[in-house]
Design a protein around this ligand. Structure first.
Ligand code: SF4
Length: 509
């Protein structure tokens, strides 16, 4: 029997590694898998460096580790079963049944068998979620979150939520004063092993993210900065709890052009690779509240992300794939504008955020939802194309993360849990950010030259999708505003929206 850990399951203290302390361990780098998309070089460096560090730590601790670097998983498994005929591989269960079947077939074809065990990167088991969801054909995050708070006892006072409320969102929509700055998040300087991986990634995956037709001139990438070991991930958690958690809540929806991280935790890469566990992260945040180091609105907002959204999305993905990846209930068929890859746009908000993604493989949650996804939504981008872009470009992205977030939450593709599209005009961007004051477009103008592209696209989106959206009770107010526009104004909006699409396609928006 051998423990097989895939590259995003680097969990040492729990799960199959802890349960089988004397068994051999297998890790596989499959280059073809890393070529499936034009992945950001920092993402590839992160995953491969974390895997190689994990290998070395296990060997230092006396474990036997077979580390295969092959073109495909099948090649690596063939080598393994040649050396260990009829071996059984014990591995964490993949998220979906389809992936489970695919892995089973891969292993059996190579001459062995596979045993799936629980995925220790999550709190809520599939059986627990399925029992909660029952036979319902839709999911409500708020109900799930409350269910899981009760199940775990996190932030609970008996059967009541601590503080009396389940959420404190009304305290979490502030924008910081002009002179506010967030403490810099830690950057983990690449050691010799990470530098070696980065050089190998540049050489092996040249022609991917940073080359036409994707990124074009990928000038001046920021230095690689993400935790690649458990020790570094714990330091990142310590730093967040000590220095940024207290202000996470009030400013979680705010955007600032000179603050790429704001007070966000930046722990998603470590959580999604297994370097940190969700329970320890949640417990640290709650302890900070109990020690008066962070207010309840910040701690609850953070717990909601880790215990609520992250767990919820994983199970929605598990249950709704493969249809979710192709869902497109609004029939949006536009191609993703090239500036998502190149960053070349005059729109101050999107230019800055795309630049951040290109240079460091990251932007924070509200930029993802209310700038990048919102623009694609009102523009009419095919959800699968935006999903592919997020999946390729973000250091913390995996298909189970991006698909429900982008296709459903961002682009209202399926209607399985989103109750309305998150569409907004420049009004929202201006209220929650400082971008508009430095932008050549006029935030208050909807039509004509120089009008902010968000505005015409927003009204055109409502107009185009009226048949599907007007009856949504959460959209009644905005359709009331659309009704106040006469035919001439609506026609001008359509024209401006068309001009915006033409400019975006040409690359001069
Ligand atoms: Fe973005 Fe429009 Fe504001 Fe410019 S005016 S920063 S394009 S929302």
């Amino acid at each position: 029997m051998t423990v097989w850990l895939r590259g995003d399951h680097l969990v040492r203290r729990r799960g199959p590694l802890a349960d089988r302390p004397n068994e051999r361990v297998v890790l596989v780098e499959a280059t073809s898998f890393a070529r499936k998309l034009p992945y950001h070089p920092h993402k590839l460096t992160l995953v491969f460096s974390a895997m190689r560090h994990f290998r070395d730590e296990l060997r230092d601790a006396g474990r036997t580790v077979d580390y295969y670097r092959e073109e495909t998983f099948a090649d690596a498994l063939e080598r393994h079963f040649e050396a260990h005929p009829s071996d059984t591989l014990v591995t964490p269960a993949p998220v979906t049944e389809r992936e489970r079947d695919r892995l089973t077939e891969l292993v059996e074809t190579a001459g062995g068998s596979v045993e799936f065990v629980d995925d220790e990167r999550f709190v809520c088991s599939p059986a627990q979620f399925d029992e909660w969801a029952g036979e319902a054909d839709g999911y409500r995050h708020e109900d799930f979150y409350r269910f899981l708070r009760r199940e775990t006892g996190y932030l609970m006072d008996g059967d009541r939520p601590v503080g009396g409320e389940w959420n404190y969102d009304d305290q979490n929509r502030e924008t910081p004063p002009a002179d506010w700055t967030a403490p810099d998040p830690p950057a983990f300087e690449p050691d010799a092993l990470t530098r070696e991986v980065a050089a190998w990634v540049d050489e092996t995956f040249a022609g991917g993210y940073d080359e036409p037709p994707y990124g074009g001139d990928w000038a001046d990438p920021a230095p690689f900065r993400w935790p690649v070991t458990r020790r570094q991930a714990v330091r990142a958690l310590d730093d967040f709890v000590a220095n940024r958690l207290a202000e996470y809540g009030p400013y979680q929806d705010a955007m600032r052009c000179d603050e790429w991280a704001m007070s966000h935790s930046l722990l998603s890469t470590s959580l999604n690779l297994g370097l940190l566990g969700p329970r320890e992260v949640i417990k640290r945040a709650i302890a900070a509240y109990e020690d008066d180091q962070a207010p309840l609105n910040s701690v609850e907002g953070f717990v909601r992300q880790v215990l609520g959204w992250r767990e919820f999305l994983r199970h929605v993905y598990r249950r709704e794939m493969p249809a979710l990846a192709e869902a497109n209930q609004l029939g949006a068929e536009e191609d993703l504008p090239p500036f998502y890859w190149t960053g070349e746009t005059n729109m101050a908000c999107l230019a800055d955020v795309v630049d951040g993604v290109r240079t460091r493989g990251y932007s924070h949650h509200i930029e993802r939802l209310m700038l990048l996804s919102n623009f694609a939504l009102v523009y009419g981008v095919d959800p699968a194309q935006l999903n592919r872009w997020f999946h390729a470009g973000y250091v913390d992205a995996f298909h189970w993360v991006t698909t429900p977030n982008v296709v459903e939450m961002g682009l209202f593709g399926a209607g399985v849990f989103a109750t309305k599209p998150y569409a907004a005009s420049a009004n929202y961007v201006d209220r929650m950010s400082d971008y508009c004051s430095g932008c050549p477009y006029y935030k208050t103008k909807t039509t004509g030259e120089g009008a902010c592209p968000f505005n015409a696209l927003y009204w055109d989106f409502l107009d185009r999708n009226e048949g599907q959206l007007r009856s949504n009770h959460r959209m009644g107010l905005v359709y009331g505003h659309l009704d106040n526009k006469d035919q001439e104004e609506r026609e001008a909006i359509r024209e401006r929206a068309e001009t915006v699409r033409t400019m975006a396609t040409r690359g001069d928006l």
